[in-house]
Structure formats: structure tokens, C-alpha cells
Design a protein around this ligand. Structure first.
Ligand code: SF4
Ligand code: SF4
Length: 170
């Protein structure tokens, strides 16, 4: 979507499939009608701001090597309010279980536990919270829902999904 950082998207267009674009009413996991997969955006000069402003973590973080390039890994990484989100290309729902991705994800989960950060794999509407010891498969989680973790010290021992409104009341 953007090429204003050190790396460039090149032949990758995966975010134009996995991310929702509100301005275009484009849902997640469907190609944007303006995308030329593997080539780029047909309306690049007039694309919505949310596209122009978007950069996946691979694009901006040198610590993620070439194997993490989304067109190769089939995984789009973004920062969330409290950690990292790993979105799978729905055509490769098990991409995150392959190496080196699975080991890196587990290492981030270990780091996350120390620093109160979450690592979440997203496959379609399904969210899986990854911790050093568990995968909490939370099923389909709606945009108005949030994950609530149960902690024992820094260790996550449970996870549930609640409506955002209930979360605020809690
Ligand atoms: S997923 Fe990342 S590398 Fe691929 S097109 Fe989007 S911003 Fe560029
Ligand atoms: S408008 Fe262009 S940059 Fe935005 S999602 Fe569609 S193809 Fe991608």
C-alpha cells in the first residue's frame, strides 16, 4: 500500500486482501476491486488515506527478514493496542504453523508474557491468542468484541471474549 519507507512492497499486495478498508466498504479477506494482485493498486494516486497510511510490520521493521515478506510468508503483521496481530491469508490458514514463523511467534509470545503484550493469530474471523504454553482458540470474534485475559502473575491462564460494552463496564 505504501512505499515511503526503507523497504518497498514490490510484488506484495497481500494487505489489499486481508485488511478491511472502511472507506471502500471492503471487508477483510477479499481482494480490493482496485488491486492488481502481485502488481499493485490501480488507483494508487487517489487511494484512501487509510491505504496510504498503512504499513505492515515487515515493511518497517528490519528485524523481520525476507522470509517474513507477506507475499512469501502469507502472513501480514500489524501492531495492536497491546501487542502484535498476525493475519493469515485465508488461502493459507496454516501458514503461521510453518517454520520459521511458528518458532518466531512462540518467541514473541514468551517475550510478550514478560512485557504484558499479546500475540494474536487471525484467520478470517477466528482469533487465536498465543502464549508460551497454550493456544487459546477463541473462535469468531466480532469487531465489537474484545479478548479478556485471565492472569496469574504474568502468566495467562485463560482467555474469553466479551462485548466491548461489557468490557468497559467491567
Ligand atoms: S502487506 Fe506489507 S509489504 Fe505487502 S503490500 Fe501490504 S504493506 Fe506492502
Ligand atoms: S485502494 Fe489500492 S491500496 Fe487500497 S486496498 Fe485497494 S488496491 Fe489496496
Amino acid at each position: 500500500m505504501t512505499s515511503s519507507v526503507k523497504r518497498t512492497c514490490g510484488d506484495c499486495t497481500l494487505c489489499c486482501k486481508v485488511m478491511a478498508i472502511e472507506a471502500l466498504a471492503k471487508p477483510t479477506n477479499a481482494w480490493c476491486p482496485h488491486c492488481r494482485p502481485g502488481r499493485g493498486c490501480a488507483i494508487y494516486a487517489t487511494r484512501p488515506d487509510e491505504c496510504a497510511d498503512f504499513a505492515c510490520l515487515w515493511l518497517v521493521n528490519d528485524l523481520l527478514d525476507e522470509r517474513w515478506k507477506p507475499s512469501r510468508s502469507k502472513l501480514v503483521l500489524t501492531a495492536s493496542d497491546d501487542g502484535i496481530e498476525i493475519r493469515c491469508d485465508p488461502g493459507s490458514p496454516n501458514a503461521w504453523r510453518r517454520e520459521p514463523y511458528a518458532s518466531d511467534i512462540r518467541a514473541w509470545a514468551k517475550e510478550g508474557e514478560m512485557n504484558d503484550m499479546t500475540v494474536v493469530v487471525i484467520i478470517g474471523q477466528r482469533l487465536i491468542l498465543i502464549t508460551p504454553d497454550h493456544e487459546f482458540d477463541l473462535g469468531a470474534v466480532g469487531p465489537d468484541e474484545r479478548i479478556v485475559r485471565e492472569l496469574e502473575g504474568k502468566k495467562v491462564v485463560g482467555a474469553t471474549v466479551v462485548k466491548e460494552s461489557e468490557n468497559r463496564r467491567g
